[in-house]
Design a protein around this ligand. Structure first.
Ligand code: ADP
Ligand code: MG
Length: 323
């Protein structure tokens, strides 16, 4: 059981940033409007994620660490689960198998909260505690019992950069949620959560980008495509400034990148890549999409239809501006 959890951990937990991605996505699923992350040593020795979401009840805290334990199956028909079903209920079990995890959580209806401590997949302590509504996870000493994996971690500052990138991407997909990432005394990411995508983009990329943004607003029978693309002069030397979301989940898609770039093809210099933050909302009955959760690589059954829709959406944004 423990061994299989450790193996499963390899699928979901590659580095501190992937732990944080899973914890923060759980916070989002729990309806949080404010999520704070604090790290030490690039998240290798210490990660703390605090949310003001629904919290967990006494009956649920231990189950949450079991493999394939999920409270989200009932939402199998939700848009969101289309792209996450495959690895449902793996994350907490996987993280707890390869670290020390402390959980503090309380629901609004309970008079007390719960504290749980799991080390290497073994429960050390489960007790009632006093704490505010919401959930805090503290993950310490990642991969302490899997030296082969520990060895593959990069230096603290590099891991911190991965984390910062992860939080930034998630924040850009969820402008209704306030995110804060700190490492010791320094604040690495801070978004307002005022439900304005432009504000989130400003928080992540700085003021200069704002005058480069063109709004994307497109709808057909399968997709609603919204967000911003950058004017050609804001194009960058690589694709790191491209963020794609499907129903608010950050994903990667070559198809989408190529389709966006196609729309710029006549106006962009060689080896320059357009900036974009795009959210695609799917009509779930009409679209078959799949994502590998660790790679975040999304595949559509009908990629050429998607290409065309993206091309149209971006062309419309480019044409609407006085370039
Ligand atoms: P999944 O997210 O796929 O359901 P996880 O292993 O990530 O699986 O989480 C297991 C369960 O723990 C969730 O289904 C949820 O019920 C509970 N849970 C985890 N994190 C939180 C949180 N921050 N707030 C409330 N419940 C949570
Ligand atoms: Mg999860």
């Amino acid at each position: 059981e423990n061994t299989s959890n450790k193996i499963a951990a390899g699928e979901v937990v590659e580095r501190p940033a992937s732990v944080i991605k899973e914890l923060v996505e759980n916070s989002i699923d729990a309806g949080a409007t404010s999520i704070s992350v604090d790290i030490k040593n690039g998240g290798i020795s210490y990660i703390k994620v605090t949310d003001n979401g629904s919290g967990m009840d006494e009956d649920d805290v231990e189950i949450a660490f079991e493999r394939h334990a999920t409270s989200k199956i009932k939402r199998a028909e939700d848009l969101d689960s289309i792209i996450t079903m495959g690895f449902r209920g793996e994350a907490l079990a996987s993280i707890a198998a390869v670290s020390s995890v402390e959980l503090q959580t309380k629901t609004a209806s309970s008079t007390y909260g719960m504290y749980v401590h799991v080390v290497g997949g073994v429960f050390k302590e489960v007790r009632q505690t006093g704490c505010p509504v919401g959930t805090t996870f503290i993950v310490k000493d990642l991969f302490f019992n899997t030296p082969a994996r520990y060895k593959f971690l990069k230096k603290d500052s590099t891991e911190a950069t991965y984390i910062s990138d992860t939080i930034s991407r998630i924040a850009l997909g969820n402008p209704n949620i306030a995110f804060k990432l700190t490492s010791g005394k320094s604040t690495l990411v801070h978004t307002p959560g005022n439900n304005d995508l432009k504000s989130a983009i400003f928080s992540v990329y700085g003021k200069e980008i704002l005058k480069e943004l063109l709004e994307v607003d497109y709808q057909d029978e399968r997709f609603k495509i919204s967000g911003y693309v950058g004017k050609p002069e804001s194009a960058r030397a690589n694709r790191n400034y491209q963020s794609l979301y499907i129903n608010k989940r950050y994903v990667k898609s070559r198809t989408v990148s190529y389709a966006v770039e196609q729309a710029y093809s006549s106006i962009l210099m060689k080896n320059k890549f357009p900036f974009f933050v795009l959210n695609i909302e799917l009509n779930p009955g009409l679209v078959d999409a799949n994502v590998h959760p660790a790679k975040m690589d999304v595949r559509f059954a009908d990629e050429s239809y998607l290409s065309r829709a993206i091309y149209m959406a971006v062309s419309k944004a480019l044409n609407s501006s006085s370039l």
